[in-house]
Design a protein around this ligand. Structure first.
Ligand SMILES: NC(=O)c1ccc[n+]([C@@H]2O[C@H](COP(=O)([O-])OP(=O)(O)OC[C@H]3O[C@@H](n4cnc5c(N)ncnc54)[C@H](O)[C@@H]3O)[C@@H](O)[C@H]2O)c1
Length: 343
C-alpha cells in the first residue's frame, strides 16, 4: 500500500505529541517535512523524529514537497491563512482547535475548503478519550434508560500557562481552549443544543481572558446539561486533564469519576467499570489521557482520507461546536438565553 505523505506545520509544544502519534501510524503515513516559522524548532523536532526536510515557510514546503495532507498545529491566529493556503494547493487539511478566532471566520473557512473540493478536519480529540467512549456506549445501550440530566466538569488549577504561555495572552481563553472540547463532548453524548446560558469569570489577574465558564444547556434529546470549566479551581482532587461526567436517567446513573472509573448505579446495584486508557511510551505523564486520544483521532481521520468512511470530526461538524463556544461568550456578555440552532 502507498503511504500517504504528510506535512506538519507548527513545531511547538503540542506538535511533538501529534508527531509521535502519527509515527504510531507509520505503516500508512510518511511524515515528509516539518515547518515552523522558527526554523530552530522545526530542526529540533526533525532530529528527534528523524524527519529529513524542514522549512520556515509553509509556501516553500508546498513548492518543494509532494504531500497528500497537512496537519496544522499552530496558534489560532494563523489557522485561517494556513488553511486557505493549503486549500489553494488542493491538499487535505487537519487543523487544531479552535478552527478560527470567530464563528464567521470558521464558517467562511469551511465554505472555502468546500469550494476548493478539499477535505477539512478539526483535530477534536476529547471525544476520543477512552472513558468518554465507554460512557457513550453505555448510554447508547440504554443502561440508565433515557437520560434527563447531566453534569460535565473540567475544573483544575493545573499551571497550563507553563507549557502554553500564549494562552495567557488570549482575550477569549477557557471557552475557546477547553470549551471547544467540553462542549463537543456535550454534543457527542447528548446531541445538539436547543438553548444555552453561560456566565464567566476571570479569577487569575495575570491573564487576559476568562478562566472560569459555566454553561447550562438543554439538548434536543431532553437532557439538561451543566458544563463547568475552570482553571481557577483549587480542589482536593486535582485531576488535570480528566473530565468528570455524571449522567442521570430514568433507570439509574453513570458517573465518570477520578482515574477513569465509571460508577453505574441502579435501584438494584452499584458497579464500578474501569475505563483506563492505554498509555504510549512517548506520552507526557500529565497529558497521557489526551495523548492516547490524539492517536485515536488521527486514526479516525486517516480512515476517511483512505476512503474508509466519514471521520467524526470534520470541520463541518466542528462548526456546531464552535457555534456553542462563541454563543456562550454572547450569552455571558449580554446575560442572554440563546437558541444556537436559530441564531
Ligand atoms: N487538542 C488538544 O488537546 C491540544 C492541546 C494543546 C494545544 N492544542 C492546539 O495546538 C495548537 C498549537 O498549540 P501549542 O501549544 O503547540 O502552541 P505553541 O505556541 O507551542 O506552538 C505553535 C507553533 O506554531 C508556529 N507557527 C505559528 N504560526 C506559524 C506559521 N504561519 N507558519 C509556521 N509556523 C507557525 C510557532 O512558531 C510555534 O512554534 C493550538 O491551536 C492549540 O489550541 C491542542
Amino acid at each position: 500500500m502507498n503511504k500517504l505523505k504528510l506535512g506538519i506545520v507548527g513545531c511547538g509544544f503540542w506538535s511533538h505529541y501529534q508527531t509521535a502519534a502519527w509515527k504510531e501510524l507509520s505503516d500508512q503515513v510518511e511524515i515528509v517535512a516539518l515547518c515552523d516559522r522558527q526554523l530552530s524548532k522545526a530542526k529540533a523536532q526533525a532530529e528527534k523524529f528523524s524527519i529529513n526536510r524542514i522549512y520556515n515557510d509553509a509556501g516553500e514546503l508546498l513548492k518543494n514537497e509532494q504531500i497528500d495532507f497537512v496537519d496544522i498545529i499552530t496558534d489560532v491566529d494563523s489557522h485561517v491563512p494556513l488553511v486557505k493556503l493549503f486549500a489553494d494547493h488542493h491538499k487535505q487539511i487537519i487543523c487544531q482547535k479552535p478552527m478560527a478566532p470567530s464563528f464567521a471566520q470558521a464558517l467562511e473557512l469551511v465554505e472555502y475548503c468546500d469550494r476548493k473540493g478539499v477535505d477539512f478536519y478539526i483535530h477534536e480529540n476529547f471525544r476520543w478519550q477512552k472513558p468518554i467512549r465507554v460512557l457513550r456506549k453505555m448510554l447508547k445501550e440504554g443502561l440508565i434508560g433515557t437520560p434527563f440530566k447531566a453534569n460535565i466538569k473540567f475544573c483544575s488549577s493545573f499551571p497550563v500557562f507553563d507549557n502554553q504561555p500564549f494562552l495567557a495572552e488570549l482575550d477569549q481563553f477557557i471557552l475557546t481552549d477547553v470549551g471547544t472540547h467540553i462542549l463537543d463532548v456535550a454534543r457527542f453524548l447528548f446531541g445538539e443544543v436547543d438553548t444555552l446560558f453561560c456566565q464567566t469569570h476571570r479569577i487569575n489577574p495575570k491573564i487576559n481572558g476568562e478562566d472560569v465558564a459555566n454553561v447550562f444547556m438543554t439538548h434536543g434529546t431532553g437532557v439538561h446539561c451543566y458544563a463547568e470549566l475552570s482553571y481557577a479551581s483549587i480542589l482536593e482532587d486535582e485531576a488535570f486533564p480528566q473530565t468528570y461526567v455524571l449522567v442521570e436517567g430514568e433507570k439509574g446513573s453513570l458517573h465518570l469519576k477520578k482515574d477513569y472509573q465509571i460508577v453505574y448505579t441502579s435501584k438494584e446495584s452499584c458497579e464500578v467499570i474501569d475505563a483506563s486508557p492505554p498509555v504510549f511510551a512517548w506520552s507526557l505523564a500529565d497529558y497521557a489521557l489526551i495523548h492516547t486520544s490524539i492517536f485515536e483521532c488521527n486514526r479516525n481521520i486517516l480512515s476517511d482520507l483512505c476512503g474508509e468512511g466519514r471521520a467524526e470530526t470534520t470541520a463541518e461538524d466542528n462548526l456546531k461546536t464552535l457555534k456553542l463556544v462563541f454563543e456562550a461568550y454572547r450569552s455571558a456578555k449580554d446575560n442572554l438565553i440563546i437558541h444556537p440552532l436559530n441564531s
